[in-house]
Design a protein around this ligand. Sequence first.
Ligand SMILES: *Cc1c(COP(=O)(O)O)cnc(C)c1O
Length: 463
Amino acid sequence: MAIFPDSPGTHHEDLVRRDRTVLWHPFATLALWEREDPPVIASGKGVWLTDINGHRMLDGTASLWVNLLGHRHPALDRALISQTEHIAHSTFLGATHEAAITLAERLLGLAPAGLTRVFYSDNGSTAVEIAMKLAFLFQRSRRLRQGKKIPATFFSLERGYHGDTLGTVGAGGIERFHHLFGPLVRSSVTAPAPDCSRCPAGLIRTSCDLECADMAVRILETHQEDLVAALVEPLLQAAGGMIVWPSGYLGRLARACRDLDIPLIADEVATGFGRTGTLFACEQEGVSPDFMAVGKTLTGGYLPLAATLVRESVYETVREDPGTFYHGHSYTANPLACRVALATLDCLESEKLLAAIPEKRERIRKAWQPLESSPFAGNLRFIGLIAALDLHKADGSPLDDPAILSAIREKARRKGLLIRPLGATLYLIPPLSVSLEEAELMARILSDSLWEAHREGLFGKLP
Ligand SMILES: *Cc1c(COP(=O)(O)O)cnc(C)c1O
């Protein structure tokens, strides 16, 4: 069913043709994208998306990790509409409004202890970039006072992802995304990602002593004087391939930062608001970062809004010198987005979504169990409601052939599930509002698509 069935040029084929003529999509390999037949999304309800032909698909990526409560949530719709009856936007430079104030109070009340100030922006990259710039101003003032050298390097992790602005690209560690921009950015000093499936120290989790954390701590010690801050994605490096950290790593890293007096920036843009099972990932290891960036799910996936939460000592230091933070965006603290964010926090609480995560995760885990012994998938991992696996060839090397992955994506889509692999990593991030049945259905469709691809010989000669 087309949205406007009578008007010319709004059928699926017409729209795809027009799209190809004028648009440039993010993270798209252009020559491949030009041959794809993308879904043209017309509407959504709950965890379901409907394309322009009326074909329904489960939103297996939560619209790329942003959707928390499902599409067209009545309370979020109401919050948005009622704010439009007052004002859509006015500047936050030299003026304020109630929604931004209340939301900041709510965020600080929920965030790890010690964070006392909120600086708004409109996407995850800018929220992290703001933390980086503020950490620099903070360190600059402190070091000038001490008569010491001003540091200008960040610590980050290999396979880390913090956004696409040049500052955050400099701290990025995903070769495929970031290496081309090398000449333009200031690179960080890095430690290996704590990925137990390819342990940087060549050990196994059951008998190791988190030697990966020791490696990171040694790098922090070596570069202590040059470091502006340590910037990490706590517990989960999502874009880097859904790398779930071994427990204890975050705590040890945070303790080292505290001992060495290196500010810690927690990039909770992907992990915030329940994705890892707790409201924030930092909570799980009792970590209070100096800066925390949130975005993505902050508005339940409705509107672009992000926030950088900061310690009072940073505010006080910058207040003394240089006095002004010359940074802001046209849509800083957009009232529509702030209202929807407040409604999102209300619903997250009233619908008791965090408590329901383990049971839903169990459904996915059960449906995926047979994959564990498959010849093509391994390293099944679960955190919060996120489930991920890696495809591999017979020799164990990653199976990341774009043509094969595209075929799997197409199979899943025909069965009613939209996914987006990260290289050889396939994952599900359902909105937290997913029902038990829908969670299981997502897992089943993905698993069925893989077994079908295997039967058809798509994975090559496997035992
Ligand atoms: C998505 C993401 C970002 C960037 O957020 P955008 O809103 O896409 O700019 C930053 N950090 C992490 C951990 C992310 O997952």
